[in-house]
Write a protein that binds this ligand. Structure first.
Ligand SMILES: Nc1nc2c([nH]c(=O)n2[C@@H]2O[C@H](COP(=O)(O)OP(=O)(O)OP(=O)(O)O)[C@@H](O)[C@H]2O)c(=O)[nH]1
Ligand SMILES: [Mg+2]
Length: 135
């Protein structure tokens, strides 16, 4: 039986000058644990991807998103999980981004993003960020 593809929405949180991004580190015991990520999670039944990313960023990073635009969508198969992602650029929000669930979080210059280990699925996302927002 084919595995059910799980739908994930995640946010690339930009600062007001659009040269830094807020990233968080996945808990050691989570799927792809210890790696950095763009905060987000599963799209729940009866939710749009936009609604899911707004909810997840409030829960995980403590911000209230006011402006978001689709950045890239992609499918990725891990050996243990088949995922479908919608990544959004978050260009306006209120509140202070923080690791709201005890996870590490930090603002990283776009030029320095390559120094942080991300899950395999993120390679195309990182390239897109550099293409659109890179110096
Ligand atoms: N949020 C997020 N998940 C990512 C990224 N890259 C990536 O491969 N993933 C994978 O996508 C899935 C997202 O799951 P999640 O753990 O954030 O979802 P969730 O918050 O709804 O999980 P939960 O229901 O267990 O709390 C995980 O399998 C994770 O390994 C990313 O940049 N951000
Ligand atoms: Mg999550």
């Amino acid at each position: 039986m084919p595995k059910k593809r799980v739908w994930i929405a995640a946010g690339i949180i930009l600062n007001s000058t659009q040269d830094h991004i807020f990233i968080t580190r996945r808990h050691a015991n989570a799927h792809q644990g210890g790696l950095w990520e763009f905060a987000g999670g599963k799209v729940e039944a009866n939710e749009t991807a936009e609604q899911a990313v707004i909810r997840e960023l409030n829960e995980e990073v403590g911000i209230q998103v006011t402006t978001l635009t689709p950045l890239i969508s992609l499918a990725h198969d891990y050996p243990d999980k088949a995922l479908q992602f919608d990544f959004f650029a978050i260009t306006a929000f209120t509140g202070e981004a923080c690791g709201n669930e005890g996870q590490a979080g930090l603002w990283v210059a776009i030029d320095d993003l390559e120094q942080y280990p991300f899950p395999e699925a993120n390679a195309a996302v990182l390239a897109k960020i550099v293409e659109v927002y890179g110096g």
